[in-house]
Design a protein. Structure first.
Length: 288
């Protein structure tokens, strides 16, 4: 099923993100993880793409395994190190496996990366346009509630997002954020600029205090005082921090839903127990 069809139902959705292994020898371990995650019946499950195009074949393998579990898969595809030939080869493979949904991204640039020979796509809108030519896939994109780290300001950031949407995005998924007001402000700005595709709110449960530095670097998100106090109080106690992080993420989602944000994407970090505990905390709310 195409994710655009799921989103058009106007029902509450919770989806999960997983990442493939770095080594083929661990592919069965990852398949066991997605089997556990599938028990919570997410609306769809997205599968990431390695930096600079690494593990791209593993992405298709895991996305296909998600599909075989009866869950709608969303396969990531990035520009970095990708020639037109390589992108179309991946698209052929996805189409052959009946995978209808793609999250089209520029991709995180690895430190020291200067671009590969034959790289034909440098921005996400170029990749989106290439995928759109086939008229076969539902295409999602990424957005930053608190401005892309490389953008000069909010105006420039929204302009780039508008460009991607106009090329052919069917929905957008936010990077993680910890202050819901950032999402509400972003949603209003999108409406003003006539970015009318569904917005899926990305939530990262922070269960380990060491996660937070990397999370900030990737998403350019701010940390509210409330969450700072949680980390100060529980950061040195792994069990307490895990529990507090799960509760915080669950409360974030409840507040989002109470304010009309019905589509939630959980960055699971391949931790089924964390996803399961969040879903337990939402059980009656999701089915409300």
């Amino acid at each position: 099923m195409k994710i655009s069809e799921i989103l058009n139902n106007n029902k509450v959705t919770v989806s999960f993100e997983v990442f493939p292994p770095k080594e083929w020898a661990k592919i069965d371990d990852t398949k066991a993880i997605i089997t556990e995650l599938s028990k919570d019946r997410p609306a769809w499950m997205s599968v990431t793409y390695g930096a600079a195009g690494t593990t791209s074949g593993y992405t298709t393998e895991i996305a296909n395994a998600v599909k075989n579990l009866g869950i709608t898969p969303l396969s990531h595809l990035t520009c970095i190190n990708s020639s037109r030939e390589k992108v179309n080869s991946v698209l052929d493979e996805l189409e052959k496996n009946g995978i209808e949904n793609i999250l089209a991204l520029r991709g995180d640039i690895p430190q020291g990366f200067e671009g590969g020979a034959g790289q034909d796509f440098h921005n996400a809108y170029e990749l989106i346009a290439e995928i759109k030519k086939r008229n076969k896939f539902c295409i999602g994109g990424a957005c930053y509630p608190e401005i892309h780290p490389e953008s000069k300001n909010r105006v420039e950031d929204i302009a780039h997002l508008k460009e991607k949407v106009d090329v052919g995005l069917d929905f957008i998924t936010t990077q993680m954020f910890f202050d819901n007001e950032a999402l509400y402000n972003f949603r209003e700005m999108c409406a003003i600029k006539e970015i009318n595709v569904p917005i899926v709110a990305g939530i990262m449960p922070i269960t380990n205090a060491r996660q937070i530095k990397r999370s900030i670097e990737l998403s350019n998100c701010s940390i509210p005082k409330k969450f700072e106090r949680i980390m100060d109080r529980f950061g040195d106690n792994p069990d307490a921090m895990k529990q507090a992080g799960i509760v915080y993420a669950t409360e974030q989602i409840i507040d989002l839903m109470a304010n009309g944000v019905n589509n939630i994407h959980i960055y699971t970090m391949n931790k089924p127990d964390v996803a399961h505990r969040i879903m337990e905390g939402l059980s009656a709310i999701i089915n409300e």
